[in-house]
Design a protein around this ligand. Structure first.
Ligand SMILES: *Cc1c(COP(=O)(O)O)cnc(C)c1O
Length: 483
């Protein structure tokens, strides 16, 4: 099993340039009515067809993640264009990609080469960023639960740290003297602005677990004292957005951080706070393939609301995740069976909670579009007729494992494919190990002008042997031997 999987993966790599049949077929599909290849949706359609042709999705591997490399590059370039041209001479923003959004080493390498750094929140994420070759001075460590060892390692490496709370600052008091020089060390504050539309995603409510709550009694004074007592504390960190939080509210959070920085510097009588980390959190529109000018619009909003952020006195750090990667990803899964229950048509597919955990468990907060393809990977439409109202179910053994309910779609049949677009962040890169389902393979793709699709393996599908190993396979006798 593992051998055949590995073979298939190699195949995905080696077919890159060699697939002349694909080339011809793709050229066919590049007809005059199709959207140009520079359009995301057209590239996705071509990639789906090629993925079927090249066996990236089949009986043995019925679900995969596809990553549009051009889309990732476009998003990185859009982010840099939005912020970097406004920096004062000598200062460019550090755009630290939030690794949790797409924790895949080749993605981090691609973004590094596109000029981005990495925001990490665990030893694992730090290891991924380092494996991708992101230099320590372009990494920011942000977890709310860093151990003393993690803090020491960050200081040793020269990775910037944002402390979450006064107890963490006290730990840093003990660690900082161990080193001749420190990376930038900041303090995360929570401006307590209120929630967005998704409570679990709102980082700036009155009771959010992150950062020092600025509006609590005495907190502001405590923050000021914390800075004055620590000459090495030089950054303020505000990550107050997320999906569901409007950019206007995020900008208020950034304004609160900037105001506090000015206050601290006035009290210190010097420029102690030299950097402001505005976090990430820009929401994504999951309803459309149309390009967004979201980074430019947000940067323009910040320039109006917080002009002092751009006057060159503060090094600027950003930590976007979803807005960079979501649009680049697609979950592609086979329809295994179709059935009907209580009058409702149900398509049982291989895309469920293991790859779309948020959508399955919080469907109202995280609705996804479902696109339909036939067994050959061709776009499946209703040709003008009405579709069939269907549930799109996943393979997991619990009743709620549905990625869409009551959705009008072309009538699906076994062997067809469904695609979940906008899943490049927090979906297939963040799988859920339910039912011992494998982590799906992830393949990056590019499409050239003629419509030829090239794939590269980003992560091969987990093998059965790996699933057994992760389930304690090496300790099979551990419990029976325990007397
Ligand atoms: C998750 C997170 C981000 C990225 O958030 P997105 O919504 O994906 O942009 C940035 N900074 C911190 C501290 C985070 O926890």
């Amino acid at each position: 099993m593992s051998a055949s999987r590995a073979g298939r993966t190699d195949n995905a790599d080696s077919t890159n340039s060699a697939d002349s049949t694909d080339n011809a077929d793709n050229a066919d599909s590049t007809d005059s009515t199709a959207a140009p290849v520079h359009h995301l949706s057209h590239r996705r359609d071509l990639a789906v067809r090629a993925a079927v042709r090249q066996g990236l999705v089949d009986e043995r591997q019925p679900v995969a993640g596809l990553l549009d490399v051009a889309a990732l590059r476009e998003r990185a370039a859009a982010l840099r264009a939005a912020f970097d041209d406004v920096s004062a001479p000598g200062t460019t923003a550090l755009h630290a990609f939030a690794v949790k959004a797409a924790s895949l080493v080749p993605v981090l390498r691609l973004l590094r080469d596109a000029g981005l750094g990495a925001e990490v929140a665990s030893p694992g994420e730090l290891a991924l960023a380092r494996a991708a070759g992101v230099p320590p001075e372009r990494i920011v460590l942000d977890s709310p639960a860093k151990t003393t060892e993690e803090l020491r390692e960050a200081l040793r490496l020269g990775v910037a740290v944002n402390a979450d709370n006064p107890q963490e600052l006290a730990r840093l008091d003990a660690l900082v003297p161990e080193f001749d020089q420190q990376p930038p060390i900041g303090l995360r504050v929570n401006p307590q602005l209120g929630a967005g539309s998704i409570n679990a995603m709102s980082t700036a409510t009155a009771t959010s677990k992150f950062g020092v709550p600025l509006r609590d009694a005495g907190a502001r004074e405590e923050v000021r004292r914390a800075f004055l007592a620590r000459p090495w504390l030089s950054r303020l960190h505000v990550h107050s957005g997320s999906q569901g939080v409007p950019p206007e509210l995020m900008a208020e959070g950034v304004a609160a951080g900037h105001e506090l920085a000015e206050e601290v510097n006035a009290a210190a009588g010097r420029r102690q706070v030299t950097g402001i980390d505005i976090g990430g959190g820009l929401p994504v529109d999951f309803t459309t393939d149309e390009p967004a000018d979201d980074f430019a619009a947000y940067a323009a909003l910040l320039r109006r609301r917080v002009p002092g952020l751009f006057d060159g006195r503060y090094a600027l750090v950003t930590e976007f995740g979803r807005a960079l990667a979501a649009k680049a990803g697609t979950v592609l899964a086979r329809v295994e069976y179709t059935k009907s229950a209580g009058g409702r048509a149900i398509a049982v597919t291989h895309a469920g909670a293991q790859t779309a955990v948020r959508t399955v468990f919080a469907p109202d907060a995280w609705p996804l579009r479902v696109l339909t393809y036939d067994a050959a990977g061709g776009v499946k439409t209703t040709s003008g007729a009405r579709g069939v109202v269907q549930d799109v179910a996943g393979p997991c053994c619990f009743a709620g494992d549905l990625v869409a309910t009551g959705r009008e779609l072309p009538e699906l049949a076994p062997g067809d494919l469904v695609a979940l677009p906008d899943t490049g962040a927090y979906y297939f890169s963040t799988p859920f190990g339910y039912n011992s389902l494998p982590r799906p393979g992830v393949y990056g793709f590019t499409v050239d002008r003629s419509g030829e699709v090239r794939f590269a393996t980003v992560r091969r599908a987990q093998t059965l042997a790996e699933i057994v190993a992760e389930a304690g396979g090496a300790h099979d006798d551990a419990l029976t031997a325990l007397r």
